[in-house]
Write a protein that binds this ligand. Structure first.
Ligand code: DGL
Length: 279
């Protein structure tokens, strides 16, 4: 069944979502490139992490959140999550006939950048086991060695706001050091949460190592698609940003404000009884 049709007007907002706060690393690039657009962000923190969940579960979550963002007036959707893109982008594009932008680990630019011929990829288990990732390796990984590392537990640290705590550092070291030992000179941050611990990754990997994420490429792709479809906002004022979180934790709103780095409105999704709503 088809969803709510969005307002196909240029003045409508762009909806962005992730399993939690990770997609805010992408939202920051979108805001930088498209200062006049109104942005809506949904952090599905109550259901994070998506990393080890089934494809059917992630499709359900992605559909529900897309319906929510369309009901708020989104004209396009950015799936600011590598795991959800791999699991659900085809299902979303079949159901919702608006621009839907997804993302994938930056294996292609990393293959072009590496000098040692060894590229490390940090991502979730779901992303690394997906058919999309296998296709990426098939297309761009043939002439290089790709060392993959599923970072179990790291998303949870970031969701708690522990961006530099000792436990987070230990986990990053556990995942990054084997890539260095394998000779990687380029590391792909294949999960949108990881840019928030980039300083830690850089410190452990050393300054010679190039770290690549896809936030800016996604923002450019979004602008290109909106331009093509005549959906770029003609607004000349600074766009607004509204974020929703379904996290039961009080600190969630503060964390979102901190990670966005600009003045944002953060709403918690509550039902009439003051409980976290179904979504
Ligand atoms: N931020 C997500 C990604 O890009 C998902 C992390 C998770 O929920 O496991 O893959």
């Amino acid at each position: 069944m088809s969803a709510h049709l969005p307002k196909e007007s240029a003045s409508a907002a762009i909806g962005v979502f992730d399993s939690g706060v990770g997609g805010l690393s992408v939202l920051r690039h979108i805001r930088g490139l498209l200062p006049h657009e109104n942005l809506l962000y949904f952090a599905d923190s109550r259901h994070a992490p998506y990393g080890a969940k089934s494809q059917a579960y992630i499709i359900d979550r992605s559909r529900e959140i897309t319906h929510f963002l369309l009901a708020q007036g989104a004209k396009a959707i950015v799936v600011a999550c590598n795991t959800a893109t791999a699991a659900a982008i085809h299902a979303l594009r079949q159901e919702f006939h608006i621009p839907i932008i997804g993302m994938e680990p930056a294996v292609k630019p990393a293959a072009a950048a590496t000098r040692s011929g060894v590229v490390g990829v940090l991502a979730t288990t779901g992303t690394l086991q997906s058919a999309q990732f296998a296709a990426l390796l098939e297309n761009y990984g043939k002439n290089i060695k790709v060392e993959t590392q599923a970072c179990v537990g790291l998303v949870e640290c970031i969701e708690r706001g522990d961006l530099s705590a000792g436990a987070t550092r230990a986990l990053v070291a556990q995942y990054v050091i084997p890539l260095m030992e394998a000779g990687a000179d380029t590391i792909v941050l294949g999960c949108t949460h990881y840019p928030f611990v980039k300083p830690l990754i850089a410190e452990i990997a050393g300054e010679e190592v190039v770290l690549i994420d896809t936030g800016s490429a996604v923002a450019r792709q979004l602008r290109h698609r909106l331009q093509e479809d005549g959906l770029l906002s003609e607004n000349r004022l600074q766009g607004t940003t509204i974020c929703w979180s379904n996290s039961p934790e009080k600190e969630a709103q503060q964390l979102i404000k901190h990670l966005v780095g600009e003045d944002v409105v953060v709403e918690v999704v509550l039902d009439e009884a003051g409980q976290i709503e179904g979504i």
